[in-house]
Design a protein around this ligand. Structure first.
Ligand code: AMP
Ligand code: ZN
Length: 470
């Protein structure tokens, strides 16, 4: 299998450090708001890559963090008159719900920065002891120039960086030895969350968090480190400097970066107002559609989000789900007994699409081509499956389609449901009424609670159940 390694700027054969095992770290979101559809891109593409590694039989240790201490979180807490901890806990819970909707598997571990402060203090101390970091009035900086390989990931030349930085002296950073040095630990400001350290009561810098969480859960040297391309510099460049200086060995063998998601051809940003959260999208579409849309492009190509492309993704996904339903019908109603020779030939013919799918995934996780192979398998199914087929044949065909869709994270049996979709709400109300009739009050309550969580409030009246959006 080949993957594009940002470190070498080339497609390389993937050879894990330990046979049969893969250690992978994906930088997760800063939790101060609902995740947006840009954040969803790395979640979905690297989850799909992980699923393919598992499909190939690798034992994958997949770690993805939550950055739960940050200026934006503190700012939000001030605005809402609450604590940073409450803000981050709330948005972590909501993020996990969105991940479930998009069928992103939970990571093996989802570490949170605030739970790993001791490890950060240890690594910073090691860097100071080795001469790679220094304390200046309670702020600890990394001595960037001392790390010989600085710039090797982003291909930046340290002298160019220096000239760019010369005039930009940020207030409060006068105590730096060199403008290129970056923060490992900073003293708290009044009212901010803080932890005791040998240098000051304060909090860690963003970059050190990932170096430490990766080391703790995956070891000093890992197979793959991934994230969006905006993280190459400075975040990942700084992670390399910290980890390699502290641990004295290479940090990550492969670096994978997804390109950005744009909206209607322009960069998605809050200030431009062209900004969607995953929760927004779930009002109109089943999040499985969003997932399918994300995978319709190669992860290293910029992807444009617009209504037309989402509709196309929805239609494409429906074609697959309809074919799956048709196969399930034959599994129920087809002929008993052994497969015929002709059916065996047909199955052998269908295997070419599995090969095509695997070839696409082997080529730097080309999900766009992998989806084409699934469409070809669907087309093949539609033209070869008939009511006269055996159950056995239908089962095997289903298994084939199921395994490929499982890599893509597409659930073949999930009925498309958009939360804001009125048909869906009516369907759920009917389900709840039936549950009540059958005296299954636990189910009835869970349906009401589930809708409430999605902002749909039910009210039982004499004319039946009415609903409103909260
Ligand atoms: P952040 O919370 O900003 O640290 O982002 C979390 C992850 O989402 C990182 O891997 C980012 O690179 C990624 N990301 C943020 N915005 C976008 C976008 N518009 N397109 C693709 N990835 C993004
Ligand atoms: Zn990170």
């Amino acid at each position: 299998m080949k993957i594009y390694n940002t470190l070498t700027k080339s497609k390389e054969e993937f050879v894990p450090l330990q046979e049969g095992k893969v250690s992978m770290y994906v930088c997760g979101p800063t939790v101060y708001d609902y995740i947006h559809i840009g954040n969803a891109r790395p979640m979905i593409v690297f989850d799909t890559f992980r699923r393919y590694l598992e499909y190939k039989g690798y034992d994958v240790n997949y770690v993805s963090n939550f950055t739960d201490v940050d200026d934006k979180i503190i700012q939000r807490a001030i605005e809402e008159g609450t604590t940073a901890q409450e803000i981050s806990e709330f948005y972590i819970r909501e993020c996990k719900k969105d991940m479930e909707g998009m069928n992103v598997k939970p990571a093996t571990t989802h570490p949170m920065a605030t739970q790993e402060i001791d490890g950060m203090i240890d690594m910073i101390q090691t860097l100071i002891d080795k001469g790679y970091a220094y304390d200046s009035d309670g702020t600890v900086y990394f001595r960037t120039r001392k790390f010989q390989d600085y710039g090797k990931l982003s291909k930046k030349n340290i002298d160019d960086l220096e000239s760019g930085h010369r005039d930009i002296r940020v207030a409060g950073e006068e105590s730096k030895e060199d403008p290129l040095d970056f923060v490992l630990w900073k003293p708290k400001k009044e009212g901010e969350p803080s932890w005791a350290s040998p240098w000051s009561d304060g909090r860690p810098g963003w970059h050190i968090e990932c170096s430490v969480m990766s080391k703790k859960y995956l070891g000093d040297e890992i197979d793959i480190h991934a994230g969006g391309e905006d993280l190459i510099f400075p975040h990942h460049e700084n992670e390399i400097a910290q980890s390699e200086a502290a641990n004295g060995c290479p940090f990550s063998k492969y670096w994978m970066h997804n390109a950005f998601l744009n909206i209607d051809g322009t960069k998605m940003s809050k200030s431009l107002g062209n900004f969607f959260t995953v929760r927004d999208i779930s009002q109109k579409y089943d999040l499985q559609v969003l997932r399918f849309f994300m995978l319709s492009a190669h992860y290293r190509s910029p992807l444009n989000f617009n209504a037309e492309l989402m509709e196309a993704a929805k239609n494409g996904l429906e074609r697959i789900l309809t074919a799956a339903e048709k196969i399930r019908e034959i599994i129920q109603s087809g002929a008993d007994g052994k497969m015929t020779a002709e059916e065996q030939d047909t199955l052998a013919g269908a295997k070419q699409y599995v090969q095509k799918f695997e070839c696409a995934m082997e080529d730097d996780c080309n999900t766009a081509n992998a989806i084409s192979a699934v469409f070809e398998l669907v087309k093949f199914t539609n033209s070869h499956l008939a009511a006269s087929n055996t159950k056995q044949f239908a089962k095997q065909l289903y298994e084939m389609l199921f395994r490929l869709c499982d890599v893509l994270g597409i659930l073949l049996e999930r009925k498309m449901q958009a939360v804001g979709d009125e048909d869906y709400i009516e369907e759920m109300i009917q389900k709840r009424a039936n549950a009540k009739k059958e005296k299954n009050f636990a189910l009835a309550d869970s349906i009401r609670d589930e809708l409430a969580e999605k902002g749909i409030l039910l009210k039982d009246t004499r004319e039946g159940t009415k609903w409103t959006r909260s």
